[in-house]
Ligand binder design. Structure first.
Ligand code: ATR
Length: 280
């Protein structure tokens, strides 16, 4: 890649930031479609977030991704946020329109788009969502907007699942959203899609539930992508349940961010190949 005086600058704010795959994915995308642009990691400490956002304007940085721990804290410094970002309560992508900073959130929609990889259409389906953190919220909003029939939410700290269910039941009255206290009670219930958004499984050993004891699950997504196959995904493979890890969500949130910034079609296949080469 050749950087010139007219290269446009993009990047990502996070703390820590050194493990991010986004620079590799986006630089490859710029190169593939021949855009004179570069994507850099920015290690932004929470105490410096406001100044870093002001820097976007003063340095005319064209677009930025936002990751942990800044996704919610950054909102007050922006000029505008999209409805999805507002509902999720977090921003992962910002575009700089000549000094006007517009925040959006591509995580939930990225998740939805990734479901095509397992040929799953969420319309009028029953979903079991494990976890009630930031990722769960983004996915919940996207599923609710995609007209699913019913969502069950389970979380280790039950009150958070309860709170999430109540909040979104009010926002989406046509949808059935239930917090589940005892997850075992759902074991015989027909579930079209199980989504793990908890961090359980990252160690390659634990699984948030044992699929052996479940009979009605049709599809499984674990949003973890390192390791590539968590114990939950291994169990799904053993039971011949269609399943997928979180690389798809990572890819498609990046695709949507790229298109939000450049208004050009992202080179999905090349971005996917690049991501796959990075994850062992
Ligand atoms: P993210 O932004 O990826 O969603 P997060 O907001 O920190 O991350 O949420 C982490 C999720 O993993 C939470 O649902 C958390 O459950 P609690 O709300 O009870 O903390 C869940 N989680 C983390 N460790 C867990 C464990 N050992 N067992 C079950 N759930 C766990």
């Amino acid at each position: 890649m050749r950087i010139t005086g007219s290269s446009r600058i993009y990047g990502i704010f996070g703390d820590p930031i050194q493990h991010t795959f986004s620079p590799s994915m986006h630089n490859l995308a710029f190169e593939t479609i021949g855009l004179n642009a570069v994507y850099l990691p920015f290690h932004v400490l929470p105490a410096n977030l406001k100044e870093a956002v002001e820097g976007l304007r003063s340095l005319q940085i064209q677009g930025i991704n936002v990751t942990v721990p800044h996704k919610t804290a950054i909102i007050p410094y922006l000029d505008e946020i999209t409805l999805s970002a507002k509902r999720i309560g977090a921003v992962n992508t910002i575009r700089n329109d000549e000094g006007k900073l517009i925040g959006t959130n591509t995580d939930g929609e990225g998740f939805l788009n990734s479901l095509e990889e397992i040929s799953f259409s969420p319309t009028q389906k029953t979903i079991l969502l494990l976890g009630a953190g930031g990722s769960s919220r983004a996915i919940l909003v996207a599923l609710a907007q995609a007209n699913v029939a019913e969502i069950f939410i389970w979380n280790r700290s039950a009150h958070k699942a309860q709170h999430l269910a109540q909040e979104f039941q009010t926002e989406f009255p046509q949808l059935k959203i239930n917090a589940v206290q005892k997850i075992e009670e759902l074991q015989p219930y027909p579930i079209d899609l199980l989504v793990n958004t908890t961090s359980v499984g990252m160690n390659g050993v634990d699984s948030v539930l044992n699929l052996e004891q479940w009979s009605g699950i049709q599809h499984v997504v674990d949003i973890i992508y390192h390791p590539r196959k968590t114990p939950l995904l291994l169990q799904a493979s053993e039971k011949k349940i269609a399943s997928m890890n979180g690389l798809g969500m990572l890819l498609y949130q990046g695709v949507l961010a790229f298109e939000f910034w450049t208004q050009q079609k992202a080179p999905i296949q090349q971005m996917k190949t690049q991501l796959l080469s990075l994850v062992s």
